[in-house]
Design a protein around this ligand. Structure first.
Ligand code: ZN
Length: 265
């Protein structure tokens, strides 16, 4: 839907006009872009900015520069003019990218701004383009030897009012993810999840460490279950202190071994 300003006092009428649902969705998309870009950049080694996999492929620094250009180009569809950002340092590019995202998000939230293109064109054009490049950043992280942990993005804390570089940690990190593992087939994690749900709840009656020093919970059924604190892959800081472990005594873990042995609840 295209918003057209009208009425006897166009400016006031336009300023109070509420933002359409599709514009809200586009703003949400920009926040998801900020989130995924930061996920791909956060914790990267210093050398990552200039990592180049082929003579004519973009480095992460060049990718982000291009992404800034794409988002700035989208803004010209609302504001007119041209956008040709000069090359700056990688750190400055990160700031400028998020500033440009914030500017476009604010434009989308401004019901008085009419665009030269439809919201659908914003989505399948510059916004999809920038998101594709966020994926390339993530893939380059793996090729650069510093892969990014997977997560269930459905539960990510993505808010339309946050397109900044300060993005939250995953709300639903994949606990099974390991940097050196080959990729899993689609849906494998769901099978793992279902197995977990089918498993029998057993109370924790104690703890011990295995030969590698990882913590294992002793369950009432006699089985053990690893409760590793192995950041950033698995985060259970409570398990490394006696007070923390004491708090978890009596709580339940689901025991898959009981199911495998045909034991009942
Ligand atoms: Zn058991």
């Amino acid at each position: 839907m295209r918003l057209v300003c009208g009425g006897p006092r166009p400016t006031r009428v336009c300023r109070t006009r509420s933002v359409t649902e599709t514009r809200q969705l586009l703003r949400h998309f920009l926040s998801a872009l900020a989130y995924r870009t930061q996920k791909a950049l956060r914790g990267a080694p210093e050398s990552f900015a200039d990592f180049r996999v082929g003579p004519t492929s973009r480095t992460p620094h060049e990718l982000l520069w291009h992404m800034t250009g794409v988002i700035g180009y989208a803004r010209t569809m609302l504001r007119g003019g041209t956008f040709t950002p000069p090359r700056v340092s990688f750190a400055e590019e990160i700031v400028r990218f998020h500033d440009t995202l914030a500017a476009l998000s604010a434009d989308f939230a401004d019901g008085s701004l009419a665009a030269r293109i439809s919201d659908e064109q914003f989505l399948h054009g510059p916004l999809s383009d920038a998101m594709t490049h966020a994926g390339q950043l993530a893939m380059l992280r793996r090729l650069a030897g510093s892969p990014v942990a997977s997560e269930d993005f459905i539960y990510a804390d993505i808010r339309p009012d946050n397109v900044s570089a300060d993005q939250p940690a995953p709300a639903a990190a994949d606990g099974w993810w390991r940097p050196d593992d080959p990729p899993r087939p689609p849906g494998a994690h769901l099978l793992h999840q279902r197995e977990q749900e089918d498993a029998i709840p057993r109370r924790i009656v104690g703890f011990h460490t295995d030969e590698e020093g990882h913590w294992v919970a002793d369950l009432e059924c006699g089985h053990g279950q690893h409760v590793r604190h192995d950041p950033p892959w698995q985060n259970r800081p409570w398990v490394i202190t006696p007070e923390g472990r004491a708090r978890f005594l009596g709580t339940e873990l689901r025991c898959r071994k009981c199911v495998n042995e045909g034991r009942r609840a």
